[in-house]
Write a protein that binds this ligand. Structure first.
Ligand SMILES: NC(=O)c1ccc[n+]([C@@H]2O[C@H](COP(=O)([O-])OP(=O)(O)OC[C@H]3O[C@@H](n4cnc5c(N)ncnc54)[C@H](O)[C@@H]3O)[C@@H](O)[C@H]2O)c1
Ligand SMILES: [Zn+2]
Ligand SMILES: [Zn+2]
Length: 365
């Protein structure tokens, strides 16, 4: 089976033929139909995050269940599923309190099956890991049944894939993390798949002013199409802050969302807030990065900063809801998709993403 393998962070990805084991107890085999290219894959590819190798990349995927292992009930071959990149242990304190996005014991972070082994091997027997234990940039994958969430067949595979990361992350940051009320003003820094999903989420929540910020002009047009009411081409930071404040109605946006992962834009997303405002940090920085803010106005103005992992997703509840919102015409997820590409085009997709050129390129199989 063909898969995009990263030997170690920093090296180009190579497409290889791998051997995939049969699903064991509690696992299912999924034939991948679509896998989005997310900046979190690029962080790994570019060695901004330490990760072990060799590893099959990809964590934003959907597919069709092909086979189920012993003991699996409730999920049959033929069902369309979205894969969750943070499947929960369901036993730790975070899981017990319903906050699965904070699970402290998820096997996903070891990039292995829960029993510590891997289902992927090279022809010579060498083990290959699966990114976040799902490794979706491959023709097939074997995952624990908790990571495979059924959604309606009517959802197109490319759309289903994006529900697996960018859409859950961006829409969830608005609806679940920030709980943006109708009538609020919102600014979004960074208009990739995640930031544009924030724009869609803000429109869904009934935000009346949605200010979209990016350094690439084409992104601004995309954002308008998805519900942004104002756009700002990012340039000099002070100019950008002034423009965002003016667009948000003078004082500044009630909520900001940083969907890039750079200290400079994190600082802007805090600096632009009016008294009582909330900055939601969604973009992930390289390891070790720090950002700062002026403390006095933060306290005096009762500001808030919220971190948002996976849009606070409880996959089994939220993936089907996002799918239904899409089918009802209220989340035009298909508009995030730039191009359908092959596995061999992954390095090209990464190069475009570094330049801020594409929104979501989706690998289809
Ligand atoms: N919190 C989470 O759970 C979670 C989940 C998925 C992705 N992420 C992170 O979210 C971030 C965005 O992911 P993506 O896939 O949308 O990335 P992307 O590369 O597609 O989009 C980033 C956008 O930011 C713009 N940009 C870059 N530098 C800028 C600057 N200085 N000023 C203004 N705009 C700038 C780019 O032009 C691009 O449009 C990444 O850091 C990713 O790792 C976080
Ligand atoms: Zn992602
Ligand atoms: Zn847990």
């Amino acid at each position: 089976m063909r898969a995009a393998v990263l030997e170690q962070p920093g090296l180009p990805v190579r497409v290889e033929d791998l051997v995939l084991d049969e699903p064991r107890a509690g696992e299912v085999r999924v034939r991948i139909t679509a896998s989005g290219v997310c900046h979190s894959d690029l962080h790994v590819r570019d060695a901004e995050w330490e990760r072990p190798g060799p590893i099959v990349l990809g964590h934003e995927g959907a597919g069709i269940v092909e086979a189920v292992g012993p003991g699996v009930t409730g999920l049959e071959p033929g069902r369309q599923v979205v894969l969750s990149w943070y499947y929960p242990c369901l036993r730790c304190r975070a899981c017990q309190s319903g906050r699965q996005w904070l699970c402290s014991d998820t096997p996903a972070l070891a990039h292995r099956s829960p029993d510590g082994t891997t289902r992927l091997h090279r022809a010579d027997g060498q083990d290959v890991l699966a990114y976040l234990a799902i490794g979706t940039m491959a023709e097939r994958t074997v995952v624990p049944v908790e990571a495979a969430i059924p959604i309606p067949d009517a959802v197109a595979p490319e759309v289903a894939a994006l529900i697996g990361c960018s859409v859950s992350t961006g829409v969830g940051a608005v609806i679940k993390t920030a709980e943006v009320p109708a009538g609020a003003s919102v600014a979004v820094f960074g208009l990739g798949g995640v930031g544009l999903s924030v724009v869609m989420g803000a429109a869904l929540a009934g935000a009346t002013r949605i200010v979209a910020v990016d350094r690439v002009p084409e992104k601004l047009e995309r954002a308008r199409d998805l519900g942004a009411t104002h756009v700002v081409l990012a340039g000099d930071p002070d100019e950008t802050i002034r423009a965002v404040r003016a667009a948000a109605g003078g004082q500044g946006p009630d909520f900001t969302f940083e969907a890039i992962g750079l200290p400079a834009t994190i600082e802007q997303s805090i600096a632009v807030l009016p008294r009582g405002g909330t900055a939601v940090l969604v973009g992930l920085t390289r390891f070790g990065a720090r950002a700062s803010f002026e403390a006095f106005p933060f306290v005096d103005g009762s500001l808030r900063i919220l971190g948002s992992n996976y849009g606070f997703a409880v996959a089994a509840l939220d993936f089907p809801r996002l799918a239904e919102l899409h089918l009802a015409g209220r989340l035009p997820i298909e508009k995030l998709i730039d191009a359908r590409i092959g596995l061999d085009d992954l390095e090209d997709a990464f190069a475009r993403m570094r330049r801020g050129e594409s929104v979501r390129r989706v690998i289809t199989f």
